[in-house]
Design a protein around this ligand. Structure first.
Ligand code: COA
Length: 335
């Protein structure tokens, strides 16, 4: 049977390091407020005016992952690019990345699943591998969100949270009878909550997609109903954890490490508390990176590998929730 193995990972963040203190000079906020409500101490943003897109950030992370896997871009059967901040609306960032890597002729699929982009990507890669449509896949989560943020008091709730960065993983097919690699995945969506976290461009109503009204109403900046998102997260993450464990036929204690999407440290702590997960079994790095949406999980996983926090034989649960509403998780056993 074919199983999906994460052969290597890579991460990249732009070099502009933005502390909470810097933000206090640009809007009415405080380090204490941001740390207490979100856990975030600093994040990375692309330098203002720099001519890059999500594909450039994704390309840097991909080059590292490809080198570690010992793959050349020509070896790839597929590129899956998860982002909610594509370089442009059309075409997808996967096509830009394919060209920048020189992966001639390799199909490139963009997915727009926001904070669960990487989780959706893992399930898609697994489906391609199990159905023997692909053997070597590059999965990327990359975001250039700072250019969509308005760094003013009016939009301070989103401005302090979202950040730029990229993570990549080389996913390989392995023929084995062992229960390794991607063991189980579950994804959900509930469009009833689509208004809780959104960017209103292109405009829904008739007329030009970028009208003066859209700009006056600030529809081009992210809108977040933070309280609703928070409540949905702390109820749905525990539920999908149970679903995943049932699907995999496992007990919570058998999971060696939990890697939740880095939306908000308070959400992850509430989830950990509710599930009674020991602190040392959960990895968080939102303190240093902010919320990089589709990139949080691959960036954090790359760090976990680097710090030897996971080893061969360990079982990891990736889990997350975000705009859509979408949520889900993946159980992965290290080779
Ligand atoms: N700095 C200082 N004050 C801020 C602020 C900031 N960056 N952002 C909002 N505030 C203010 C509000 O304007 C409000 O002021 P008011 O009482 O004078 O009206 C006050 O803080 C409380 O706002 P509220 O929205 O009720 O705060 P909250 O306790 O719900 O915290 C979030 C706001 C965004 C931190 C919280 O709702 C949250 O974490 N939600 C989940 C968001 C998330 O995870 N998003 C990513 C999903 S993938």
């Amino acid at each position: 049977m074919k199983r999906s193995i994460i052969k290597s990972t890579g991460r990249y963040v732009p070099d502009r390091h933005v502390t909470n203190h810097e933000l206090t000079e640009r809007m009415d906020t405080s380090n204490e407020w941001i740390v207490q409500r979100t856990g975030i101490e600093a994040r990375y943003w692309v330098k203002e005016g720099e001519d890059v897109g999500a594909s450039d950030l994704g390309c840097e992370a991909s080059k590292i992952a490809l080198e570690r896997a010992g793959w050349s871009p020509d070896d790839l059967d597929l590129i899956v690019f998860a982002t909610m901040t594509p370089d442009v609306n059309v075409p997808g960032s996967g096509a830009f990345l394919q060209d920048k890597l020189g992966a001639k002729g390799v199909p490139a699929l963009d997915i727009r699943q926001q904070c669960t982009g990487f989780l959706h990507g893992l399930e898609i890669c697994d489906a391609y591998i199990r159905s023997e449509k692909a053997e070597k896949i590059l999965l990327v989560g990359a975001e250039f969100q700072s250019r969509y943020l308005e760094v003013t008091t009016a939009n301070r709730d989103t401005a302090v949270i979202f950040a730029d960065g990229a993570g990549a993983a080389c996913i390989e097919a392995k023929e084995t009878d062992s229960n390794i690699g991607i063991i189980a995945s579950i994804l959900h969506a509930d469009g009833k909550h689509s208004q809780a976290l959104r960017v209103g461009l292109p405009a829904r109503k008739s007329g030009h997609p970028i009208s003066q009204t859209v700009i006056d109403n600030q529809e081009h900046f992210p809108f977040m109903d933070g309280k609703t998102v928070f409540k949905l997260a702390v109820t749905r993450l525990p539920k999908v954890t149970e679903e995943l464990l049932n699907k995999a036929g496992m007990q919570l204690e058998e999971i060696d490490m939990f890697l939740p999407h880095q939306a908000n440290l308070r959400i992850n702590e509430a989830f950990r508390d509710r599930m009674q997960i020991p602190q040392e079994k959960m990895y968080n790095n939102i303190q240093r990176y902010g919320n990089t949406t589709a990139a949080t999980i691959p960036i954090a996983f790359d760090e976990m590998i680097e710090q030897n926090l996971v080893k061969s034989g360990d079982t990891i649960m990736f889990i997350g929730l975000g705009a859509g509403l979408t949520w889900g998780g993946v159980i992965y056993k290290m080779v």
